[in-house]
Design a protein. Structure first.
Length: 129
């Protein structure tokens, strides 16, 4: 039962990651403004690049979850990506790159990473790995 709930939550996380990544890719200056970061051509370009990777990780997570098969390796690497993103956003806030509002992003990514690891562990245990 918990595996089904975790899977559904991960689908929502995947959708949110794709949508926010697309937003960041298409209008990086707007998103940088929301998180109270300096906006320059360079920061917008790199923020859009990060958005593209968010779309890819969210997309591969959705693909793995909707495929009807378990792809625990995809979930494992997505968990690492989410925890890494959380750490980097936290450091960005700590170092004054982003405003405190970005801690919401940090928390979402941290929780997403934990949920992904939990699901990964459940799938691996079920498969006897």
């Amino acid at each position: 039962m918990i595996e089904v709930v975790l899977r559904r939550v991960l689908v929502l996380i995947g959708v949110a990651t794709v949508v926010t990544g697309l937003t960041q890719l298409v209008v990086p200056e707007w998103v940088l403004g929301i998180v109270h970061a300096n906006t320059s051509a360079t920061s917008a370009h790199f923020f859009a690049t990060v958005g593209m990777f968010m779309v890819l990780f969210g997309g591969v997570l959705l693909h793995a979850l909707w495929s009807g098969r378990h792809y625990p390796l995809v979930v494992f690497w997505t968990a690492l990506q989410k925890l890494g993103a959380s750490a980097l956003v936290y450091l960005g806030v700590k170092n004054g790159v982003f405003g405190a509002i970005a801690l919401g992003v940090c928390g979402f990514d941290f929780l997403s990473g934990l949920i992904a690891f939990w699901y990964w562990r459940k799938v691996m245990t079920k498969e006897g790995r």
